[in-house]
Structures are given as structure tokens and as C-alpha cells.
Design a protein around this ligand. Sequence first.
Ligand code: ZN
Length: 242
Amino acid sequence: MKILVISDIHANITALEAVLNAAGENDAVWCLGDIVGYGADLNECVERVQSLPNLLCVKGNHDHAISNIESLVEFNITASEAIMLSRKLISDRSIAFLQALPELVTTDLVTLAHGSPRNPIWEYILDNHVAVENLTNFSTQLAFVGHSHLPLMFTNVDGGKHMSRQYPVPGETMRITGRTILNPGSVGQPRDNDSRSSFGIFDPDAMTWQIQRVKYDISAVQARIRGAGLPEKNARRLREGW
Ligand code: ZN
């Protein structure tokens, strides 16, 4: 069983296609939110995600902001302007899909959330302390989250009293034992100073996890961001990965 786990596509269809190519055939795809925001390819990304096999998908803060007219107060001025522009670029069909996304998805084995199980849309799990606090907010063995745009893995130690943070090495297969919180990194806007798209492959039978990275045509994506009149920063950051 092979499950592709993706997050934070951020309207970057070139990166998404590169990831799907690199990942090959999958039994299922889990998408951890922020399909849109920052980038110019909103409808392309929403439609491509909808086409993926056995899809489970949760709502991210940008999906929420762009599909809900009253949500601008939660963002700063620059972000608000970009969201207003994104709303001009997105179709009613894409908005309907984003609005209908759940904030949390739970199966027998896993909980999926964009930010965290405790605060699904907004909270970042960046350190061991927040990871431990979140253990009481989900009952499954595993939780998959996005939002930070960083490929991180928090592993349970001392019977749940502590979590240990690791940065998985791309291409290295990791065994999952005990309760674990996993982040696949970002498809469309990596922030760990590595511009390559990040994604994860989860095998629930073998209980393994592997982060993979893949290059994509950044210049083409930057040209579309500039062409759409989105903030220059949204284009520039892709080259360095921040
Ligand atoms: Zn994001």
C-alpha cells in the first residue's frame, strides 16, 4: 500500500505535476490543505487535486481565506491584497470545492489536519512542546499535518510525555513506531532553503515514511505569478525556498 501525502501546493501547478510524476502510481492521496494562495494556478490545482485517486483532503488557512469573504481580518494587509486578487482568479466551482473541505479527517489509523489536531486551520506544530500538547487532541496513532512548509517528524518518547523532532533526510525510509506526527513539507512553496518540492510516501502496512524532493521549472511559475499581478515576494521566494 502506497499513499502519497502532499500539502501546501499554493496554486503552483508546475510543482504539483512534478510531484505526481516523481511519486508514480499511488493507492491513495492525502492532501493536507492550502491548495491555493500565493500562486497563480488556483483552478488548475483544485481540479488536479480533485482528480487524484482515493483522495482525502482537509482545508488550509488559505483555502479558508479565499473561499470565505469574511475571513480577511485574520491576515495582514499584503496578504489580504493577495487574497482579494486570488478571489478574482478563482472559479465558483473551485470555491465550492474549497468551502466544502473538512477541517479534520480521521480514519482508523490517522488524523489529517492542515495546522494541528487541536487547531486544525491555524496552529503550527514546530516544536516538541506543541507536539506533546497536541497528543491529547487526537486518538489515532498518527497525525499528518502541513502549514509550516517544513518536512518534520515528531516521534513519541517516554510513553507520550515527550516528543522528539526530526528532519527526515530525503530518500531515507523511516520506520514509524508509537504515536507520531508527520509533516510532508510543501509542494508549491518549500521554506527550508531547499527550493525543490517536498512530499511524503506513507506505507501503512510496513509503517514506513519517506520524504522525497523533486525539482520543477521555477521560472515558469514565477512568470505566471508576475503576470497575474500577485506580489513580487511570492515569486522571489520560490527560488531560494523560504
Ligand atoms: Zn501554507
